[in-house]
Design a protein around this ligand. Sequence first.
Ligand SMILES: NC(=O)N[C@@H](CC(=O)O)C(=O)O
Ligand SMILES: [Zn+2]
Ligand SMILES: [Zn+2]
Length: 429
Amino acid sequence: MRIENATLADGRVVDVRVEDGVIDAVGDLDPADGEEVIDADENLLLPGAIDVHVHFREPGFEHKETWETGSKSAAAGGVTTVADQPNTDPTTTTGEGFDAKAERATTSCIDYGINGGVTADWDPDTLFDRPLFALGEVFLADSTGDMGIDADLFAAAAERAGEADVPVTVHAEDADLFDESAIEGDLGGAGRDADADAWSAYRRADAEEAAVERAVRVGGETGAQVHIAHTSTPEGVDAARDGGATCEVTPHHLFLSRDDCDELGTYGRMNPPLRSETRREAMFERLADGRIDVVATDHAPHTVDEKDQSLLDAPSGVPGVETMVPLLLGAAVEGDLSIERVRDVVATNPADIFDLPRKGRIEAGADADLALYDLDATREIRGDDLHSKCGWTPFEGFTGVFPEWTMLRGETVWDGESFGDVAGENVRA
Ligand SMILES: NC(=O)N[C@@H](CC(=O)O)C(=O)O
Ligand SMILES: [Zn+2]
Ligand SMILES: [Zn+2]
């Protein structure tokens, strides 16, 4: 197969030859006899995105999402590899828990990795026997699933990960610094009427910096490779960088702030929570100038019925895997960041940080995980159009650029209207 006239992120217009699911050549290619040709019409060809932080909820919470629905949502947003997080039921904190998820993940239509998790009753011996994508997210404070652990267990877990040469991803919030007084009393109703801003006041911004500092210190002491998940504050990003760790930011911390809490209500409750508009701008600046390594979604679907409760009853988390690349390309079209930055933060950097040598690049020898985008075809994001089982998005009404098609190892997994019958594989197996 030859993809003709594709514009790469660096502006070059090239042809891409794909053989047996792998990119064979990139450049000005002579047609070969009988070869299938796809005309890219000078549209933008990006490597399939790698979202290193999703919660696809299976096993245990199939009413929120499944590997099938989550992976389809990803493919329709140009994502071809995901890493799934451990707070399922059972948790992936034992070899058996890992195996239970691995069995379900075979229904994914994109490639994937499965993380191991840490709880007081984890079983590192059987867990590290499995092909872990990473150890994490390791919860330094409780979030959905109440998997928060103490400092000693974190240090012990980092030690094991360092020995096994498995990266550690960290949910960095220090619960000792949370302000309980912010969530006392009348919080103003349920759902869209709720005062979700109180959640931001409760899980204070400085609780992130303190936890990041601890995580990078433990990383230094144990030799573990530390990656900070979903940083939400510029202070957290700077502390990660200063300590030699890599970090990711979510689309919601880039495109939403406490100013949106009024409209989002409990739908805007997540951990770490939305921050001030000033901090959001500082995060975007760090994304654009290269201080943030990765954008990952923390795709955390919950149903409308679950979210439409009082602030204290609604679960934390928002979906995002389908809208990540569209939102970033929308920002690039507006001139807020370069297309090369978009490529780096969603594909090349996650591939490098998490050691996926065949992913994240359009070059000979890489897997033909590709997505094509028409930058003139911006459209409004609508929850009804998305494919996650949860059926809503915090980005309703935002503008994005969705893929014309998405390919996994040379097979069309999304053609802009429907899904192909494509089988994802575990990238570590
Ligand atoms: N981010 C969230 O608010 N929720 C996540 C868990 C997590 O990533 O902390 C979830 O699984 O629902
Ligand atoms: Zn988290
Ligand atoms: Zn998460």
